[in-house]
Design a protein around this ligand. Structure first.
Ligand code: ADP
Ligand code: MG
Length: 253
C-alpha cells in the first residue's frame, strides 16, 4: 500500500472580507496540496490574498466556502500542528530570546525545566547559540527573526507557515537566512509553506512554487523546481534558474 503523502489539502477555498465598505472577494476556488516534507513557496501580486490565505491555513480567519485539511482533519482554529512566522518577529521585549522561544510551551501549560531545555535546543538549531539570554532590543533584525522561527518550531509543528519572513531584512542577511532555513528544513524534514515577493528567493528555496492570480485569487501556476539539492548560491546564475525565474515573473505580471 502506498503511504499517504498529502499533509495539507486546500479544496475549493473561497474567502471574503465584509466591512462597512462592502464585500471584498479575496480568494476564489483555490485548490492545492502540500506533501509532507515539501518546501513550497507562494508568489502573487501585492494584495492578491497571500497573507489572507496563510491566516486561513493557520486557523486565524474563517472560511466562506471550501475546506482546509491538515493530515486529513479539518482545520477549525489555531493548533500546535501549525506554526506561523510573520514579517515582524513580534517578540516580547522584556523576555530574553530563550524565554520568547519557550512562550508557546508555557501557553500550553508546559512551564517546566523540559520547556527550557527544548527552547535552548531550538535556539541552537536556528543559530542563536550564545544569544539565549539576550533581550530582543539588543538583537539584529536577522537574529530576532531566528527567535521567531525557533518559537514557531518549538511546538514541533507538522507545517511551518511563513509570511514574507525575511521581508524586512537587507539583501545579504536575507540570503543568509534563506540558507539557514534550508539547513533547518533539511535537518528536520520540516514541511514549509513560505510567502515571498522575491522570485529568486522562491526558486532558490522551493521544491514547488505556487503563483496566485490577482484578486480574487485562484491558482495561476504550480511549478516544480527540479534544481538539485543541496543548492549552492551560484545556482542563481545558471540558465535553468533564469528560465524558471522568467516563467514565474511572466505569470505574476
Ligand atoms: P497580500 O498578502 O497578497 O498582499 P492580503 O491577503 O494582505 O494580500 O490582502 C488581500 C486583500 O484583502 C487586500 O485588498 C487587502 O486590502 C484586503 N484585506 C486584508 N485584510 C483585510 C481585512 N481585515 N479587512 C478587509 N480587507 C482586508
Ligand atoms: Mg501579505
Amino acid at each position: 500500500m502506498e503511504m499517504k503523502k498529502t499533509l495539507l489539502a486546500v479544496s475549493h477555498l473561497s474567502a471574503t472580507y465584509v466591512d462597512r465598505r462592502g464585500t471584498l472577494h479575496v480568494l476564489d476556488d483555490l485548490n492545492f496540496h502540500v506533501d509532507r516534507g515539501e518546501f513550497i513557496c507562494l508568489l502573487g501580486p501585492s494584495g492578491s490574498g497571500k497573507s489572507t490565505l496563510l491566516r486561513i491555513l493557520a486557523g486565524l480567519l474563517p472560511i466562506r466556502s471550501g475546506s482546509v485539511k491538515l493530515d486529513g482533519k479539518v482545520v477549525r482554529g489555531p493548533q500546535p500542528g501549525i506554526g506561523m512566522v510573520f514579517q515582524d518577529a513580534n517578540l516580547m521585549p522584556w523576555r530574553t530570546a530563550e524565554e520568547n522561544i519557550r512562550l508557546p510551551l508555557e501557553v500550553q501549560g508546559q512551564a517546566n525545566g523540559g520547556a527550557k531545555a527544548q527552547a535552548e535546543q531550538m535556539a541552537e538549531l536556528v543559530g542563536l547559540r550564545g544569544f539565549e539570554a539576550t533581550l530582543p532590543g539588543d538583537l539584529s533584525g536577522g537574529m530576532a527573526q531566528r527567535v521567531a522561527i525557533a518559537r514557531a518550531l518549538v511546538q514541533e509543528p507538522d507545517i511551518l507557515l511563513m509570511d514574507e519572513p525575511f521581508g524586512s531584512l537587507d539583501a545579504l542577511t536575507r540570503e543568509r537566512m534563506g540558507e539557514e532555513l534550508l539547513r533547518i528544513w533539511g535537518s528536520r524534514d520540516q514541511t514549509i509553506l513560505l510567502v515571498t515577493h522575491d522570485i529568486n528567493e522562491a526558486v532558490y528555496l522551493a521544491d514547488r512554487v505556487l503563483v496566485l492570480s490577482a484578486r480574487p485569487a485562484s491558482l495561476k501556476l504550480d511549478v516544480s523546481i527540479r534544481l538539485p539539492r543541496p543548492r549552492k548560491p551560484e545556482v542563481r546564475y545558471t540558465p535553468e534558474f533564469g528560465k524558471l525565474a522568467a516563467r514565474l515573473r511572466a505569470a505574476i505580471e
